[in-house]
Write a protein that binds this ligand. Structure first.
Ligand code: GDP
Ligand code: ZN
Length: 329
């Protein structure tokens, strides 16, 4: 479980220091003034404009002006940046600096994601375990912590919920069972998102938009402000966008997340992406056991004894074989 601890450490203070950092030379009175430097987060970029949220001050429409342009740094949604306010009344500014990223995804193009809320439905549609396990492996590869959310509990019988608990309960991922329809356990989702930037992923039809709509109410003034400012860019193609769910928490819908699966790692690494295998590290007869055909394998014994779920092991073997065959070509 060492990797989990490392992850917890690496997702630390991404959002710290976000408050207005007005420089004292310009600070005539409380609040942000024209010409001041502030730190914020890019929530959207359209046609050369960046919309930057500053905690406590709102959203500024900015152009890129800094030295980072010479260094060919392309600002991404999610980037933590420094801006210089041009007009506080009109909320405009120049983006003058992009701070180093903790991570970066290519598709969707986004930086500094702290975690992923992976949403599947308990049923309608039935959870596709193989797809779910591929998502999990992909996120393990990117060192992104995952929270599993199973939605539509209002439609489910206890047996279906128990099956999901049996398969994923022992894998070390936090699990939340929700009903967006009945607004059940949405407060638990809100609690895990607090203070973080979270990508929401999962197949279509599972209730992602319904959950986002509850988390991101129209009543939120700053959210309304972002929407108004972005209105004029509406006819451009769909871009990545962060939604503010409270002062320091952002969510991002990630259409097409499923196409992210790229197996750039070796088949020998795959076992490290199944957290429940970690307890068996060093307990197999053979050093470097891949838990496939080797005799005296502790993982296989755990599958037989029901400690590791067969569905997970089956998906492991399938992905392992795929990686093995890929190598041959
Ligand atoms: P998305 O494609 O993942 O964004 O899913 P949507 O939020 O669009 O939901 C797909 C369908 O499932 C819609 O008809 C929703 O009304 C319905 N739905 C969403 N959440 C729930 C839920 O908790 N229970 C039930 N019964 N239906 C839901
Ligand atoms: Zn083994």
């Amino acid at each position: 479980m060492i990797r989990r601890d490392q992850k917890a450490g690496s997702q630390n203070s991404t959002l710290e220091g976000y408050a207005c950092v007005c420089s004292s030379r310009n600070q005539k009175k409380a609040g942000c003034q024209t010409g001041q430097l502030m730190q914020g987060k890019i929530v959207k970029g359209i046609a050369g404009f960046y919309y930057i949220h500053v905690v406590g001050s709102g959203v500024y429409e900015c152009k890129a002006k800094g030295a980072f342009r010479r260094e060919k740094i392309r600002p991404l949604v999610g980037d933590n940046v420094e801006i210089e306010v041009l007009n506080e009344g009109e909320k405009t500014g120049n983006m003058i600096q992009v701070f180093p990223r903790s991570n970066e995804l290519i598709r969707p193009a986004v930086a500094n994601i702290d975690q992923v809320l992976l949403v599947f439905a308990v049923l309608q549609p039935n959870p596709h375990y193989n797809l779910l396990d591929r998502f999990l492996v992909m996120m393990e590869d990117k060192l992104l912590p995952v929270i599993l959310c199973f939605n539509k509990t209002d439609l489910a019988a206890d047996a279906q919920i128990e099956e999901l608990q049996a398969i994923y309960g022992g894998c070390g991922y936090p699990m939340i069972f929700t009903s967006a329809r009945e607004e059940e356990n949405i407060d638990r989702v809100r609690a895990v998102l607090k203070g973080k930037t979270t990508a929401i992923a999962g197949p279509s039809g599972v209730g992602k938009s319904s959950i986002i709509n509850i988390l991101h109410p129209e009543a939120n003034m700053e959210t309304g402000e972002i929407s108004r400012k972005i209105e004029r860019g509406k006819h451009t193609t769909r871009h990545s966008e962060l939604f503010l769910i409270d002062e320091d928490s952002y969510i991002m819908d990630t259409p097409g997340f499923s196409s992210l699966y790229v197996n750039t790692f070796e088949k020998e690494d795959l076992k490290h992406y199944f957290p429940e295998f970690m307890d068996h590290e060093g307990k197999c007869r053979f050093h470097g056991c891949d838990h496939i055909h080797e005799p005296g394998c502790s993982v296989k014994a755990a599958v037989d004894e029901g400690q590791i779920h067969r569905v997970r092991y089956r998906d492991y073997v399938e992905m392992y074989e795929e990686l093995k065959n890929k190598r041959r070509h």
